[in-house]
Write a protein that binds this ligand. Structure first.
Ligand SMILES: Nc1nc(=O)c2c([nH]1)NC[C@@H]1CN(c3ccc(C(=O)N[C@@H](CCC(=O)O)C(=O)O)cc3)C=[N+]21
Length: 311
């Protein structure tokens, strides 16, 4: 029998925790405000990312904070990087904005590195600026650091369900900057044997078949993508494996979700499994709230100290 790994508990706890801290920050005159930037004009991505952005904004408002969503997908491609840089610089300067998310993926013609390099590291809710990213290679503290939201959310789920990572064979499918890459580094530090598979891997089946834990973070469901589609099904895994499904896309025409993991066939073999709805997505949003509170304190320290003028 499969045990479902649900994110609701983490999400509820994070909201309560964030609500308390919003009150404390208000005492020093700071209201957490999250700015989310959407740059992608691809219809699948726009539909998907709009959905995620509005859910995150709703969470922030529910705990007493504020949220703004900036959509830049109508700016002509040749000007989009420049406009995004101008927006990021203005968000960096504004004292009322305490956290920024540049929603991924950004379109291929946008200079993503330049955008993350321009973002103030203390407002970086995703821990994706060059310096924040590098810190992961040193060491991390799951409870106290601003860490990439989805990887940290997944580690919190493992902890909550008592799933051991030390010495386990873990396969991460996907090597994206948002999930696959940071998560594989974190798992390595937790003493797992980590294998990272991606579009150019020569073979995937034998690695997936022998894994104790499979984390699928691809986001190319066969219903939507013809080249390099990916879906994890029950035949591909061994009995008793732990499976975490991360990737998913909204079909812009039907509005329907399509996910990395075939829930039904995988549930027949897995010991633990995240549901496609109510699993990793909620754990991610829990972490967005926690990270926003932390960036808000970082900004509060800067803003408050800049108001103190000495003799
Ligand atoms: N810079 C950046 N930071 C991110 O954190 C980021 C990103 N880019 N790009 C896309 C992914 C994806 N992501 C999700 C957020 C919420 C749900 C979520 O709440 N899902 C609900 C269901 C959604 C629904 O009801 O439509 C659930 O799992 O139950 C899922 C996925 C954040 N991402």
């Amino acid at each position: 029998m499969v045990t479902w790994i649900r994110g609701e508990g983490l999400h509820r706890q994070a909201k309560e925790w964030a609500r308390e801290h919003v009150k404390r920050l208000e005492e020093v005159g700071i209201t957490p405000k999250l700015a989310i930037i959407l740059l992608n004009d691809d219809p699948v991505e726009l539909a998907t990312q709009r959905r995620f952005a509005s859910l995150k904004a709703r969470d922030v408002r529910e705990v007493g904070g504020e949220a703004e969503i900036y959509e830049l997908h109508d700016v002509p491609p040749e000007r989009r990087t420049k406009e995004a840089l101008r927006l990021i610089e203005s968000l960096n300067k504004r004292d009322d904005v305490t956290g920024v998310i540049i929603q991924k993926p950004v379109p291929p013609f946008v200079d993503e590195r330049a955008l993350f390099a321009a973002l103030s590291p203390e407002k970086d809710v995703d821990a994706l600026t060059p310096d924040n990213k590098k810190r992961l290679l040193d060491r991390f503290d799951l409870d106290n650091d601003v860490l990439p939201c989805t990887p940290a959310g997944i580690l919190e789920l493992f902890r909550m369900y008592g799933i051991e990572i030390r010495g386990k064979d873990v396969v991460v499918v996907g090597k994206g900057e948002l999930v696959g890459k940071p998560l594989s580094v974190m798992l390595m530090q937790l003493d797992a044997t980590v294998t990272v598979l991606h579009a150019l891997s020569k073979e995937r089946e034998p690695y997936v078949k022998r894994a104790d834990i499979v984390i699928s973070a691809v986001g190319r469901p066969p219903e939507i993508y013809r080249d390099n589609p990916w879906r994890l099904t029950g035949e591909m895994i061994k009995e008793g494996v732990v499976v975490v499904g991360v990737g998913g896309k909204v079909d812009p025409i039907s509005g329907k979700w399509h996910f990395d993991v075939d829930e039904k066939s995988v549930a027949e073999k897995a010991s633990y499994l995240t549901p496609n709805i109510g699993g990793v997505g909620l754990a991610t949003r829990a972490r967005v709230l926690k990270n926003l509170i932390r960036t808000s304190y970082q900004v509060a320290r800067l803003v408050v100290s800049s108001r103190i003028v000495g003799p």
